[in-house]
Design a protein around this ligand. Structure first.
Ligand code: ATP
Ligand code: MG
Length: 567
């Protein structure tokens, strides 16, 4: 592609609306343009990359025997009423009416439509297992569309669905999808983790997410290299500490802690580490009233775990001032488990502390050297907190590491959630009707492009993994208008690279060398060939990418952080 013929301006300025690097770089390099909130046009440069992700994904779907089809983007309301999701999917679902006042939605996902196909087409266990996939535009009316195409309202997803007679077959095919997804992200050259995940409103029993690791990721994930454990932080168990609790020491006493409502203030005032200072949260209880959660000062309560307790109301909500006043005669900062007469759950780590500090349930007072089993009864323990770095791995192979990730794929074992309510059944070996077991597998094509940039960039621009680069080579002709030799050499190189089948972005614009080189940095193509009057051809190959065979023309030279390909 000749840049002189591509009417897209790269931007020097950082667009004000862009909050994260990938969004900034995609706008600046002309990959996408915003139409309205959560709606983007994929410009030629960006679309090339999205199509690479799509192609690699399609190849891996075909490799495991999934059949490609294309379902409608617009779905009749009746189907969504059958599954119950016309209501349950909530405000994410964009609903509309046609001229006959019939109701429709724009598909945010396709379980209903594919289950309808399956119940019409599949009659016998002999047709199973079978998988279908599509690459299609979804619409979700996200509350807060942001970060460009990372969380847009309209986006491209590869979604696949599998149908089975029994659970064993579902598990086996689910395994094939997991391996296929791994191959996709490996082939794209991305660093990723497969993590245990919550199934959300799609439902079903088992699911895993694929996360591209990046500091800007919205999700926290915990993993251990020693044992392959990896989970979304909200699901990662925090194991009880090992060993015996220390023995009680000095007798319990009361300390004056005027106005000190935070763990940090109390710890500093009493000269104790935060883990010695227990915090007590009053939360709304199921069916009215309040319950107390006690954790070590440095730990954070985990909503999913806390609300799984029978006494704790969902969603997790702190008690209001009136409820706190009813339970104890002090403000929240001075709450503690000693003498507190509400249902109390104590996190394993807090239950393992001896000689700890906690609120005294009196304004401006804390208790010091408190011990379970001595100053108050042995606690009822639970896992209440988010795991932290250095915690023991549930897999037993070492300690946990924690990093941020971007969810780019999600695979589920759905079971009969949709086949039952939509009555999708086949005849089994004995001629009896059985609801099919289903799996569903989503991969965010457009989000993967943004995630790749979050993971691979520097202050000058994008650094595409080789497999995702929109072009293999950027050919930059410097001052070609002034130098016929440069122009002719560049044209010749362009022709011969193209005849070798190399995808070349040819910067033949009448622009300054500074602009051209800055744009090449911004667009981030792994191989760069610069033609200039001085030295004529210099070829640069980014470290770690494959070699490029140039037609033999003239001596080359190179430098900087780019490796010189030819001596
Ligand atoms: P999230 O938790 O980020 O909202 P999700 O769990 O609702 O996503 P899934 O239903 O699992 O998403 O969809 C499958 C894939 O589609 C996701 O892994 C993600 O890559 C992509 N995806 C989902 N929502 C969006 C969005 N708003 N913009 C771009 N891609 C998205
Ligand atoms: Mg998901």
């Amino acid at each position: 592609m000749r840049l002189s013929k591509l009417p897209i301006a790269t931007l020097r300025e950082t667009p004000a609306e862009a909050e994260i690097v990938s969004h900034r770089l995609m706008l600046r390099s002309g990959m996408v343009r915003r139409l309205a909130s959560g709606l983007f046009t994929w410009m030629p440069m960006g679309w090339r990359v999205a199509r690479i992700v799509e192609r690699v994904t399609r190849e891996e779907m075909e490799r495991i025997g999934a059949h490609e089809l294309l379902m409608p983007a617009v779905h009749p309301a009746e189907l969504w009423r059958e599954s119950g999701r016309w209501q349950d999917y909530g405000d994410l679902l964009l609903k509309m009416r046609d001229r006959g006042e019939r109701e429709y939605c724009f598909g945010p996902t396709h379980e209903e439509v594919v289950t309808d196909i399956a119940r019409r087409e599949l009659k016998s266990y002999r047709q199973l297992p079978v998988s279908f996939f599509q690459v299609q535009t979804k619409f979700r009316d996200e509350i807060r569309p942001r970060f460009g195409v990372m969380r847009s309202r309209e986006f491209l997803m590869k979604d696949a669905y599998s149908f089975h007679l029994g659970e064993e077959s579902l598990r086996e095919v689910y395994g094939h999808y997991r391996e296929a997804y791994k191959r996709v992200f490996e082939r794209l050259g991305l660093k990723y983790r497969v993590v245990q995940a919550d199934s959300g409103e799609i439902g079903g029993s088992r699911s895993q997410e694929f996360h591209v690791l990046a500091d800007s990721g919205e999700d926290l994930i915990a993993w251990c290299d020693g044992d392959d454990f990896a989970a979304n932080l909200e699901l990662a168990p925090a194991l009880p500490p090992e060993g015996e609790r220390a023995a009680p020491g000095a007798a319990m006493s009361e300390a004056h802690t005027p106005g000190m409502r935070t763990i940090r203030q109390v710890a500093a005032h009493l000269d104790r580490p935060a883990e010695d200072c227990l915090k007590t949260l009053l939360v709304k209880a199921e069916g009215g009233g309040v319950a107390a959660l006690v954790l070590c000062g440095q730990h954070e309560v985990n909503e999913l775990k806390a609300t799984a307790l029978p006494e704790v109301a969902k969603p997790l909500q702190l008690a209001n001032a009136q409820e706190v006043a009813q339970a104890a005669s002090c403000p929240p900062g001075f709450l503690g488990p000693v003498g507190l007469r509400v249902k109390t759950y104590v996190d394993h780590a807090a239950a393992h502390r001896a000689n700890f500090v906690c609120g005294a349930n009196r304004r401006d007072k804390h208790l010091v050297d408190v011990n379970w089993g001595r100053d108050l009864p042995e606690p009822e323990t639970a896992d209440l907190r988010n795991a932290v770095e250095g915690d023991l791995s549930p897999g037993g192979g070492g300690t946990l590491e924690i990093a941020r990730g971007i969810e780019v794929g999600h695979i589920f074992q759905l079971g009969d959630k949709y086949s039952r309510c939509m009555n999708a059944a086949v005849l089994d070996e004995n001629g009896a009707e059985r609801h099919m077991q289903m799996g569903c597998y989503g991969l965010g094509v457009t989000r993967t492009v943004a995630a790749a940039i979050e993971q691979n960039h520097d202050e000058r621009g994008i650094i595409w993994p080789e497999a995702m680069a929109p072009f293999s080579v950027v050919l930059v002709a410097l001052n070609a208008a002034r130098d016929e030799n440069v122009r002719a050499t560049a044209e010749q190189l362009h022709d011969s690279l193209r005849s070798q089948g190399v995808e070349v972005l040819f910067d033949d614009r009448d622009a300054s060398p500074g602009v051209k080189l800055a744009d090449a940095d911004l667009i981030g193509i792994p191989h760069r060939v610069v033609v200039s009057a001085r030295g004529l051809v210099a070829c640069f190959v980014r470290a770690g990418t494959s070699a490029l065979t140039l037609p033999p023309i003239l001596p080359e030279k190179g430098g900087g952080e780019w490796l010189q390909l030819c001596a």
